[in-house]
Unconditional design. Structure first.
Length: 275
C-alpha cells in the first residue's frame, strides 16, 4: 500500500461541493476493520475541543491509523488542510431492532460561513445492509441553511440516499448536509465512528489542482438533484459557484452567469448623452 497522501482532484472537489459528501468504499483494510469492532465497543476517550488532529490520537491508536491512511489523509488535507483541529468525535451504536430513527437534521446551530466549512468523517467498520439502517443523507442539501432539526418534520425527500456499503467505508460530509441515522431492523449491532474536524488555514487550493481547467469541473458543479424545484436548483448552483470561487481564489468563475448577474455593480462612467 502506498504511504503517500492521495490528494483529491479538482473534479472530485467539485463533486464534493455539489453533492456535499465524499464516499470512499472499503478504503480501510480488513485487518483494521476487525480491530475496530473491539476498539469502538470499548469507546474512544474524548479529546478537548480544538485539539490539533496530529495530537488528538496517540501513535499506534486505531483512530491515528484511520486518519493516517493515505486516501483518508489526502482527502482531509484537500478539504480542511494539513493541520485541522478536532471539534469532537463520537462512537454511534445502533442496537438491533430499534424502534426509532434520528430526525433529518443538520449538525450544530445554523452556520452561515460563506468562506469556510467543517467536515465530518464517518467510518463504518462493518458491511452495512439495508435492514441495518445506514445513515440517510440528502445530496446537495448542505448549502441550504437550516438550524439543526428544522428539517425534522420531513420523512422522505426525493433523491435521498440511505447508506449501504462494504466494511471499511469512509464518508466525509460537509457539516451542513441534511442527514439522520436510520433505525436498525437487523439482528446485528451497527457501529459508526464520527470525527468532526475544523480547518485552521484558508481552504484555498488545498487539493491537486492539475485538472482545474477540466470542463468536467463545471459539469460536476451543475449537477441537480430530484428534490430541487427548478428555481431552487438555480439557487444551489449559485451557492456552489460562490463556494468554488472561495476554494479556488478565482472571483471570475461562473456557471450560466448566475453569480455575475446578481453581483453586478455598474462602474463605467457615462460616455455621453444619447439622442
Amino acid at each position: 500500500m502506498s504511504t503517500s497522501k492521495q490528494l483529491l482532484t479538482s473534479v472530485e472537489m467539485a463533486r464534493f461541493v455539489a453533492h456535499g459528501y465524499l464516499r470512499m468504499d472499503a478504503v480501510v483494510p480488513p485487518e483494521m476493520n476487525e480491530r475496530a469492532m473491539d476498539v469502538l465497543a470499548a469507546g474512544i476517550p474524548a479529546v478537548p475541543y480544538g485539539t490539533p488532529l496530529e495530537e488528538a490520537y496517540p501513535q499506534g491508536s486505531f483512530a491515528h491509523e484511520l486518519v493516517s491512511l493515505p486516501a483518508v489523509a489526502g482527502a482531509l488535507e484537500s478539504l480542511v488542510g494539513a493541520a485541522p483541529t478536532v471539534d469532537h468525535h463520537f462512537v454511534h451504536i445502533r442496537e438491533p431492532h430499534e424502534g426509532s430513527a434520528q430526525p433529518l437534521h443538520g449538525d450544530a446551530i445554523i452556520d452561515v460561513r460563506p468562506d469556510a466549512f467543517d467536515v465530518q468523517l464517518m467510518y463504518y467498520p462493518q458491511e452495512v445492509t439495508a435492514d441495518m439502517g445506514g445513515t440517510l443523507s440528502v445530496p446537495g442539501s448542505h448549502l441550504r441553511r437550516t438550524n439543526e432539526t428544522d428539517t425534522g418534520r420531513y420523512q422522505n425527500l426525493r433523491g435521498q440516499t440511505r447508506l449501504t456499503c462494504p466494511a471499511g467505508t469512509v464518508v466525509i460530509l460537509h457539516h451542513g448536509i441534511w442527514h439522520g441515522g436510520r433505525r436498525n431492523d437487523s439482528d446485528i449491532q451497527r457501529y459508526m465512528f464520527k470525527i468532526r474536524l475544523n480547518p485552521t488555514v484558508p481552504q484555498v487550493r488545498l487539493w491537486n489542482t492539475d485538472d482545474l481547467a477540466d470542463p468536467a469541473v463545471a459539469t460536476e458543479l451543475s449537477a441537480t438533484f430530484p428534490w430541487y424545484e427548478p428555481a431552487t436548483g438555480r439557487l444551489e448552483v449559485h451557492n456552489r459557484v460562490l463556494l468554488w470561487r472561495t476554494l479556488t481564489g478565482d472571483d471570475s468563475f461562473d456557471i450560466d452567469y448566475w453569480v455575475t448577474r446578481v453581483t453586478n455593480r455598474p462602474t463605467l462612467a457615462n460616455q455621453g448623452s444619447h439622442a
